[in-house]
Write a protein that binds this ligand. Structure first.
Ligand code: UTP
Length: 481
């Protein structure tokens, strides 16, 4: 009886909210649901900020949001990977500071793994995808090896925070449990889910249902990490451990330097609140966000939003002026994340038109659309950059740090498992060559063998020096170090 009364009250509250916003169809099947399904649907309805969503439907779904760019757009300055003349001492100091912060246990690793990975088409959480060329170490496994390396080298603890989504959280936790936390201490690995947003029909502006008892919800973008770090109490946990800096990476890049002392050092030395790594773009229209200074604040302008006349501008040296592309590698302070949350910040939402499976009201059957039918609303982590007092950018080397796995393999497909494995092997080959090993190359300059260096063994060329190395690698050989 008591449960009935509770359902009644919750239903009445949900109906009144939804009716006011023209979304009452969400409760269309409610009367015919059993108690568990009623509970599930009401929980979902109560988890959504309907006022916010309703505003977003007006501004982002019913119309395509217009991008208003300031007149005042400059390229953002960056620290080059090799210090400019006169800056050598600064880099030396930054490196020493980075080493100290890591050794003193002030740095945490943070991986955002809440995405759906639809382009890759892997059934499980993306972090469980086998990424390396020989052993097939998973993406999560690559990060775990990196952490094991750093912990051993510095005799320190690097706690690892992983953001999942409600769609893959249970499976991700299961993976870690079954794989004994990939050789890490379970007490230092924290997994927490991010928030969700309903997908909306792009024609009618109505929220899509996935089943009779559930809304078509999807993760609210990697920008959701800045809130989820706080609401999950991960930030609280960091404070208790004395963490000051968070090294932020995406789950899909097995080459990323998960903990980079130089980057952390420059970020800390300049008292930057949130810092970024950049790559020099290959061409003016490469699909990377652009690091700009807008109204004097470091800002990422998406490739689709940067006016062409700016994208093609070149300096006196012939180099692109807007050269710095974003690869979603950041460092941020615990203070900054806390400050944002205490100040009740909100990041802007972006619209993505996607194929969203939904339930047909007439037939009650699931529909898998062939064309984009729904709008997903997401926030992006880089939109926090303009909220910083100080924000620095540091150059990374593409061939050393960026081989993302985004797309399924196919002829000519970039950012795929195959291209990533080739880049991993090429990097391993370069590290071996730097240590005097003779490495075969093909006509395109790629390593003509498959080489895998475990990140437990080395995370850079110098680190290989203390290991026994072959003099020469045979063409077509498979070498694991
Ligand atoms: P992507 O933009 O590549 O999206 O995410 P995705 O969902 O992984 O893949 P597609 O577009 O469906 O193919 C970049 C990074 O941000 C994380 C992803 O897990 C990945 O590490 N991410 C993305 C989240 O953690 N949450 C989100 O809501 C979106």
């Amino acid at each position: 009886m008591e449960q009935d009364a509770q359902f009644k009250n919750r239903f009445a509250a949900a109906l009144s909210t939804l009716e006011a916003l023209g979304q009452e169809h969400v409760l269309h099947f409610y009367a015919g649901l059993d108690a568990a399904s009623k509970e599930k649907l009401l929980d979902q309805i109560e988890s959504v900020d309907w006022e916010e969503l309703s505003g977003l439907i007006e501004s982002h779904v019913k119309v395509k949001p217009e991008v208003h760019l300031s007149e005042d757009i400059e390229p953002a300055p960056w620290y080059p990977s090799v210090p400019a003349e006169g800056d050598e001492k600064k880099y030396e100091k930054a490196l020493a500071l980075g080493h100290k912060l890591i050794k003193d246990g002030r740095v945490a690793a943070f991986t955002v793994a809440g995405g759906q990975g639809t382009r890759l088409g892997w059934a499980g959480p993306k972090g469980t995808f086998a990424a390396t060329p020989l052993r097939g170490v998973t993406l999560f496994g690559c990060f775990a090896e990196y952490i094991r390396h750093v912990q051993k080298k510095y005799d320190c603890t690097v706690p690892w925070y992983i953001m999942t989504s409600p769609l893959n959280h249970t499976e991700t936790v299961k993976f870690f449990e079954e794989n004994e936390y990939l050789g890490l201490d379970k007490a230092n690995v924290m997994l927490f889910p991010q928030g969700m947003m309903p997908a909306v029909d792009c024609e009618s502006g109505k929220v899509l249902l996935q089943e009779v008892d559930s809304i078509a919800l999807s993760p609210n973008g990697h920008g959701g990490s800045l809130k989820a770090l706080y609401t999950s109490r991960a930030i609280h946990d960091m404070r208790q451990r004395g963490i000051q800096h968070i090294s932020y990476v995406q789950v899909d890049n097995p080459l990323v330097k998960l903990i980079d002392p130089m980057f952390i050092g420059l970020h800390a030395m300049d008292e930057s609140e949130m810092s970024s790594k950049m790559l020099p773009k290959r061409d003016p229209f490469e699909k990377l966000g652009n690091f700009c200074k807008v109204d004097d604040k470091v800002t990422v302008i998406e490739y689709s939003d940067l006016p062409d006349e700016l994208a093609v501008q070149r300096g006196d040296d012939g180099e692109l002026k807007f050269l710095a592309g974003s690869v979603a590698i950041h460092a941020m302070t615990v203070d900054f994340v806390e400050k944002l949350n205490k100040g009740g910040f909100g990041l802007p939402f972006h619209r993505a038109d996607k194929k969203v499976p939904y339930l047909d009201f007439e037939t009650k059957l699931p529909v898998n659309p062939e064309e984009p039918n729904g709008v997903k609303l997401e926030t992006f982590v880089f939109d926090a950059l303009p909220l910083c007092e100080v924000s620095i950018v540091y150059e990374a080397l593409r061939e050393e740090e960026f081989a993302p796995i985004k797309n399924a393999d196919g002829p000519g497909v970039l950012d795929s498992p195959a291209t990533s494995k080739q880049m991993q092997s090429d990097r391993a080959g370069r590290w071996l060559e730097a240590n005097g090993v003779d490495v075969p190359r093909d006509a395109h300059g790629h390593v003509d063998a498959m080489i895998e260096i475990s990140q437990v063994t080395a995370v850079d060329a110098e680190g290989l020096a203390k290991h026994p190395l072959p003099e020469k690698i045979d063409r077509g050989a498979e070498i694991l170090l």
